[in-house]
Design a protein around this ligand. Structure first.
Ligand code: NAP
Length: 343
């Protein structure tokens, strides 16, 4: 059987583009000759995540998922697929599965082998009526990250003023809706008037465009009493503005700092405000909160059924589109979860 995979051809400096990747042919094992304990999967959906940009460097940040090797399979990317053949107990042809061998059309996955802190370990899904790709979005790692960040920062309570940045993106749009459903007053920021209109008119929260209004002015306008909680997807100037706008005893969930991923880090320069205001800043990884996965899936699936949570997505068709999808996502040209449909 023949298949195809994407590999990293060169480390990007600055903005990533299709020229940094190569599509290579892959020879698959005959299904009858799979190694014991292995499963052959036809991948159907694969993920595009900002954190992958940090792994397109010679070395990824200490403690994070490892860098992708040049000219080698890109392991550690969450992916959905269908089992074609199996020599592992608990996996049968036709099963819908979740695993971590993405950016390729087929994968041979070893059952039971831990991947991505356990979040990417091969598992059978029970999608019911849910679109399968929801397990890369609201019912998967994005939901887990949003839910875990809110748990870390405020124990999933409600009634506070919460700012979330990159709020029309995969994680941000879930944070907005989960926080709103929990009873927080949400202030959301995004980088286009279209995204802001969607946040305000469809999701019903206060919203502003960070590209057309200074952050400090927008926060003073929409949260004059100060911010109790900040869910930081952006870092840099956004985190600096949050430190300025936080109320006493505020709490910040450090989810990511996408403004730094393709350029030099820019701050924050006012970190003493964390001391002065007795703030708590908590870095966290969704993948290190697997204990919350089932609880999150139950609650989020309920909200989807009740019409209280929507999961927008921007879909690119075909393996060769994945690099363009990544460039578009990093530049803010996508809304909701960015996905590649493989077939
Ligand atoms: N801690 C974890 O476990 C974990 C897990 C998943 C993701 N993350 C982090 O969560 C964040 C969001 O990830 P995602 O998958 O949901 O991506 P996403 O929000 O769907 O896409 C990225 C968005 O970031 C915004 N952006 C890009 N450059 C920016 C800049 N210089 N200033 C302000 N905004 C910028 C753009 O939105 P606008 O058009 O609105 O500017 C873009 O749409 C990232 O930092 C990611 O690394 C963390």
């Amino acid at each position: 059987m023949k298949s195809r995979a994407l590999q990293v051809a060169a480390h990007p400096r600055g903005e990533v583009g299709p020229e940094h990747f190569e599509v290579v042919p892959v020879e698959l094992p005959d299904p009858d000759q799979l190694a014991a304990g292995s499963v052959l999967v036809r991948n159907t959906w694969t993920s595009v995540d900002p954190g992958m940009r940090l792994r397109l460097r010679p070395a990824a940040p200490d403690g994070y998922f490892t860098a992708f090797d040049l000219h080698a399979p890109m392991d550690g990317i969450l992916t959905i697929g269908e089992v074609v053949a199996s020599r592992a107990d608990g996996f049968a042809p036709g099963d819908v599965v979740w695993h971590s061998l993405g950016w390729r059309e087929h994968a041979v996955v070893r059952a039971g082998e831990s991947a991505m802190n356990g979040v990417g370990t091969l598992r059978v899904l029970d999608p019911g009526d849910a679109p399968h790709q929801h397990f890369l979005g609201p019912l998967g790692p994005m939901g887990l990250t949003a839910y875990a960040g809110l748990a870390v920062v405020d124990g999933l309570s409600g009634g506070r003023v919460l700012w979330v940045s990159a709020a029309a993106g995969a994680v941000g749009s879930l944070v907005v809706q989960i926080a709103r459903n929990l009873g927080h007053r949400v202030v959301a920021s995004a980088g286009s008037d279209e995204k802001v209109a969607w946040l305000r008119d469809d999701l019903g929260v206060a919203a502003f465009n960070h590209r057309s209004e200074p952050l400090g002015e927008a926060l003073a306008r929409l949260a004059p009493e100060g911010i109790d909680l900040y869910f930081d997807n952006v870092g840099g100037e956004h985190l600096e503005a949050a430190l300025d706008a936080m109320a006493m005893h505020g709490r910040i969930a450090l989810c990511g700092s996408i403004s730094d991923y393709e350029s030099e880090p820019t701050g924050p320069r006012n970190i003493f405000l964390a001391t002065a205001k007795h703030l708590t800043l908590s870095g966290f990884r969704g993948s290190l909160h697997l204990d919350l996965l089932e609880e999150m899936q139950e609650r989020v699936a309920g909200w989807i059924r009740d019409g209280r949570l929507v999961a927008p997505e921007t879909v690119y068709d075909g393996l060769e589109q994945a690099p363009r999808a990544m460039a578009d996502m990093l530049a803010g040209r996508t809304t909701g979860k960015t996905l590649v449909r493989l077939g």
